[in-house]
Design a protein around this ligand. Structure first.
Ligand SMILES: Cc1cc2nc3c(=O)[nH]c(=O)nc-3n(C[C@H](O)[C@H](O)[C@H](O)COP(=O)(O)OP(=O)(O)OC[C@H]3O[C@@H](n4cnc5c(N)ncnc54)[C@H](O)[C@@H]3O)c2cc1C
Length: 431
């Protein structure tokens, strides 16, 4: 299912030819995971003249980065400033808020700097409100975030429909600095850029074991051995048991997407005509974008069934027609999913559990911009920048409480969330 029909593979330029590890090797820094986080870390390290290699279990962009909705949202998922302050403390609150507000600009600057062809566009992100109580809450929170410098704008229901073609929303908030990139194209472009300045990026190279000997880290990759002074973990929703406790520190979630192509003007014309991206305030969030080639992408959250398979596409098919009536005859040819990582406090986590080990993960579904920040900041740490100069607090690896029942019960939990979303949407006001 993870590998079925990813629309991005139709429109992304080919990546670099896969590089395979042959023999043993020695690096200053080894990075595990070739998505936005790991490739950004490698790019910054290679720029600083560090001998760095990235290893991915699959091809480059095999994880969420190559499947993402590609919405570059300059905002952490914390609903209100107080939530962020509670999670990171007073000392980090402002730095983390400012870093997240700047994060979309940073991504677009990086794309320009390395001239990565990834359909980058920064036309704003609409967050539509599905009922009156969501509207009151979202607007009040946006005012609070604006005091911290977020720069949100407010629109009414008619304006949401005019800017997006979406019906049934009662208002919205716009982040003008939000935008979109073609996620597979960007990930492949980052690989090309990193390799061009000296980084190695190895595909089909799962890191199976890690141990410390004589002051260096030793990684086992297939039959090969690699040693490095430092190791960066950039595995997010695909984190396995390689680093003790890391997998259990986050809750995996399964966002889904589907894409329709061949839409005629009466179908696609009214949808996001000015190039915005859109998501909404529901628990099972809707997120959509229109492609330069006239295709339309609809995303939401699904779940993995305990005995295999993915649930959630039938809800998406219903919602797509309700929210965008012009799509009633659309054929959703492409359908796919991926994995993201939630943290219990809703903010990304940065850890340095042993000398020379650094791990950054847990973007809670807003990872396109923040994973770039995390990669850059982990590179700075590896370069010796004092952790007090990093905008994300370095914490102990926590345990995500009640993780197993939540993983097994995801389908039930999602059904309950959907029921509440529906009730609020149709009554106009919830809670
Ligand atoms: C369907 C979907 C839609 C999304 N939409 C959006 C969106 O619109 N906006 C937004 O902000 N965020 C979105 N996200 C989230 C965002 O894509 C992720 O937060 C981000 O891509 C994470 O990047 P990453 O590099 O940290 O991890 P990933 O891209 O997931 O990469 C992790 C990599 O680690 C590798 N790995 C794991 N263990 C090992 C090992 N032992 N050895 C070698 N390799 C290993 C995996 O193979 C994988 O390639 C979406 C995610 C999904 C799945």
């Amino acid at each position: 299912m993870d590998d079925m029909d990813i629309f991005w593979q139709q429109t992304a330029p080919d990546g670099a030819q896969a590089q395979r590890l042959e023999g043993d090797a020695s690096y200053d820094v080894a990075v595990v995971g070739a998505g936005f986080t790991g490739l950004n870390a490698a790019l910054h390290l290679a720029e600083a003249g560090v001998k760095v290699a990235v290893f991915d279990a699959g091809p480059v962009a095999h994880g969420a980065s190559g499947r993402s909705g590609g919405q570059v949202n300059p905002m952490l998922p914390a609903k209100k400033p107080q939530e962020l302050r509670r999670a990171v403390g007073d000392r980090y609150f402002e730095r983390m808020a400012e870093t997240s507000f700047r994060s979309a600009d940073d991504v677009f600057d990086l794309v320009r700097k390395y001239q990565i062809r990834c359909e980058a566009r920064q036309h704003g992100w609409i967050r539509a409100q599905h009922c009156d109580s969501a509207r009151r809450e979202a607007n009040a929170n946006a005012h609070l975030w604006n005091e911290a410098g977020a720069g949100f704008e407010f629109v009414d229901a008619d304006e949401v429909t005019r800017l997006s073609g979406a019906v049934g929303y009662v208002g919205g908030v716009i982040a003008p600095k939000g935008g979109a990139i073609q996620p597979l194209a960007l990930t492949r472009g980052l690989e090309v850029a990193a390799r061009a300045i000296g980084a190695d990026v190895f595909s089909f190279s799962p890191v199976k074991a890690l141990e410390r000997k004589e002051g260096r880290w030793h990684l086992r990759i297939g039959d090969h051995r690699v040693d490095a002074e430092q190791v960066i973990f950039a595995t997010n929703g695909y984190t396995d048991g390689l680093l003790k406790g890391l997998r259990g520190s986050v809750l995996p979630l399964t966002p889904l997407q589907m894409a329709a192509e061949g839409l005629d003007d009466s179908e696609i014309g009214p949808l996001l005509p000015q190039g915005h991206t859109i998501s909404d305030t529901r628990r099972l969030i809707m997120y959509c974008r229109r492609e330069p080639g006239g295709q339309f992408l609809f995303g939401s959250t699904g779940y993995r069934k305990p005995l295999g398979g993915i649930g959630g596409f039938s809800w998406m098919l219903e919602d797509a027609v309700r929210i965008f009536p012009s799509l009633k005859n659309a054929k959703w040819k492409y359908r796919w999913g991926g994995r993201i990582a939630l943290t219990s406090d809703g903010v990304p986590h940065l850890h340095a559990p042993q000398p020379g080990l650094i791990a950054g993960l847990g973007y809670n579904g807003r990872g396109v911009a923040m994973s770039h920040v995390m990669g850059r900041e982990m590179a700075r740490m590896a370069l010796g920048v004092d952790p007090s100069q990093i905008p994300i607090p370095v914490t102990k690896i926590p345990r995500y409480k009640f993780r197993t029942p939540q993983v097994l019960g995801a389908g039930l939990a999602m059904a309950a969330m959907r029921w509440r979303d529906q009730r609020e949407t149709f009554q106009g006001s919830g809670k």
